[in-house]
Design a binder for this molecule. Structure first.
Ligand code: NAG
Ligand code: NAG
Length: 611
């Protein structure tokens, strides 16, 4: 340690000191010696179309923010082990460069674990298959996988750290760890990995006010999060007595509203956050980051679920009731927050945004039965979980060819993970849905030669907690108490839509209820945000939508989400919409674009009286 200090002093004296620095005293942060009161807000780049990153940052400036906090989602950067993807929305270097170009500063929250209402809190599903691995603990396999991930992120961001004159001021260790543990060796191990990947960057921890003591790490700044900063700041001062972790009072996640979960009785959380806490914080010259300033969208299958059973999956929209809505336009609570900030500092003009467009009804034509073209089966005596098939997201079709008679209730393994559609000889029998404490009972009567299909959907791994988060079927399937052996597994991750649907002609949908792909096209004359629209799929029950190859995520009639955000930046003059409907009816269908969105619920057609 002493030797390093001496070397540092020598380097400084010969002019090789850091290009920039970030420091603090008990009250204020300093960037290169200049006071920097953090007036921040959270935007996670992977939930925002890359084409719109710069616009979102201008809206942040327009509200008076000077610092952007961002989680990174490991699961998107390394969806498959060892295959790193830093393109598109995963181009995190481009994100922090955009922050720099906007004249803003940044705080990095790279995980490994981020919570963030993501599938498994941002940890890739394949991690569950590593022998002996235990997430969020001082466990060698977990730290090894984490080290590889952080090293690659570090390479991407090296030139963007404050120490290299970049915008990134500091990096967070873990996330709200104090709620689940107090192992300082684990935090220290993570801190060492961060120091290797982000050399010279200051570190901090972020915890709820009741978990500060368990979550802080000596030497890293302790920051509190949650609503109610008055109490949080008092706890920071009373509970953090280690001088090396004390500093300015900051709320690292000032919660303004809340996320949504799917369910026929679940409502949208709305934009009702009040700006009073911002007044309180700014009056005393303290620091905050609004969570979320802009939530965005959990594209494809990125949304997670709340911990515990029954499973409570998060909606595709991560609008969050945030000040900047899912489309990047100011919500009703933008102005009150801006006014609160404008009392303290001068705030630039708010950039104006075009309204969304509407697109009139266009036909959705059924073009393929999903199960007509299945991938090669993996066969085993008892069912394998999704991750054991090398799959993280989407669906697995489990197939059993009956060799003997069985009748009665279908039990799809130990617990329902998470939603199971049951078919006999291709005909839908019912849905066992893990979002209910008491899901529907599905009874079947199969005889030798019959084909039983269980289509199992991963609705999202819990974003919080340590419980086993494998998906698919765990344990054995029984029918009327009889265990069924010998299974074919068809892995259906839906990483992209099938490539041959554009040229397929219409099929007739049979009233058997197996999933069907629909195809439609529509014209568009606008561009950029003026082409943004809310896609509605009247008559649809549940499925996934691809537009020009972009997976917009899940739709589900039960709500509260009733529209999918379709960014205009992804549109052309003619556009192809591919809809996978899991539970097709036989009637013809349309889709349309709406300039406004409504939230609301419909009864669950698969279980009207489930609770
Ligand atoms: C930080 O940068 C400022 C401005 O260049 C400089 O005066 C100060 O000495 C630096 N502080 C540290 C701790 O390096
Ligand atoms: C359509 O838009 C996408 C961007 O979403 C673009 O990559 C593609 O090249 C466009 N296709 C045509 C035919 O213009």
């Amino acid at each position: 340690m002493r030797l390093l200090l001496v070397v540092g002093a020598v380097l400084a004296s010969i002019g090789l000191a850091e290009a920039g620095n970030f420091t603090w005293d008990m009250k204020m942060f300093y960037v290169n010696g200049q006071a920097h009161q953090i007036i921040g807000g959270q935007i996670d780049p992977q939930r925002v179309p890359r084409e719109y990153w710069a616009q979102r940052l201008q809206m942040a400036k327009g509200m008076g923010l000077n610092t952007i906090f961002s989680y990174l989602y490991w699961q998107d950067i390394e969806e498959h082990e060892g295959q790193f993807d830093f393109t598109g929305r995963n181009d995190v270097a481009a994100w922090f460069k955009a922050i720099q170009d906007a004249g803003l500063k940044a705080v990095l929250r790279p995980g490994p674990y981020v919570c963030a209402e993501r599938d498994w809190g941002g940890i890739p599903g394949w991690v569950s298959q590593v022998p002996g691995l235990k997430i969020r603990s001082n466990n060698q396999p977990f730290l090894e996988k984490t080290a590889k991930y952080l090293a690659r992120v570090g390479e991407q961001l090296r030139t963007l750290l404050i120490t290299n004159d970049g915008p990134i001021l500091m990096v967070q260790i873990e996330n709200e760890y104090g709620y689940v543990g107090n192992d300082k060796n684990y935090l220290k191990a993570l801190s060492n990995l961060l120091a290797t990947s982000f050399p010279g960057l200051k570190q901090y921890t972020n915890d709820g006010s009741t978990a500060l003591k368990s979550g802080f790490l000596s030497g890293a700044l302790a920051v509190v999060d949650g609503g109610g900063s008055q109490n949080g700041f008092a706890k920071l001062r009373s509970d953090i007595t280690d001088q090396s972790s004390r500093g300015p009072l900051m709320n690292g996640e000032l919660w303004i509203t809340w996320f949504d979960v799917w369910g026929p009785k679940k409502s949208h959380s709305g934009n009702n956050g009040n700006a009073g806490d911002v007044d309180f914080i700014l009056a005393d010259g303290n620091h905050f980051s609004l969570f979320m300033f802009h939530g965005g969208t959990s594209w494809a299958f990125g949304a997670g679920a709340q911990d515990g059973l029954p499973v409570q999956p998060f909606t595709t929209s991560y609008d969050y009731g945030a000040v900047l809505d899912e489309t990047g336009r100011a919500a009703s609570n933008y102005a009150p927050f801006r006014n609160a900030i404008a009392k303290k500092i001068s705030v630039p003009a708010i950039p104006s945004n075009p309204p969304l467009q509407s697109i009139s009804d266009f036909a959705l034509t059924p073009v393929a039965n999903w199960f007509d073209k299945l991938p090669t089966a993996v066969t085993s005596s008892s069912p394998k979980v999704m991750e054991a098939l090398g799959q993280v997201w989407g669906y697995v079709l489990y197939e059993h060819m009956a060799t003997q008679q069985a009748s009665g209730k279908v039990v799809p393994g130990n617990g329902i993970r998470d939603r199971v559609i049951v078919y006999v000889n291709g005909v839908k029998q019912g849905v066992i849905d893990g979002i209910y404490k008491n899901p529907a009972t599905v009874n079947v009567n199969i005889k030798s030669g019959d084909k039983l299909w269980l289509l199992v959907e991963n609705l999202g791994r819990a974003d919080n907690g340590f419980s086993d988060q494998t998906k698919g079927i765990l344990g054995s399937v029984t029918v009327g108490g009889k265990t069924l052996n010998q299974w074919n597994h068809y892995s259906l991750p839906l990483d992209s839509a099938p490539s041959d649907l554009s040229t397929t002609s219409a099929i007739s949908v049979k009233a058997i209820g197996a999933p069907v792909w629909y195809r439609g096209t529509f014209a568009n004359t606008k561009s950029g945000m003026a082409a943004d629209t809310f896609l509605a799929l009247p008559g649809g029950i549940k499925g996934v939508v691809f537009v020009n190859g972009h997976n917009l995520g899940r739709y589900w009639a039960i709500g509260p989400q009733q529209h999918l955000f379709l960014p205009g930046a992804w549109l052309n003059a003619t556009n192809e919409v591919l809809v996978l409907e899991l539970e097709p009816g036989t009637s013809s269908r349309v889709a349309r674009g709406s300039a406004t969105r409504t939230w609301g619920n419909n009864p669950d057609p698969d279980c009207d009286n489930c609770s």
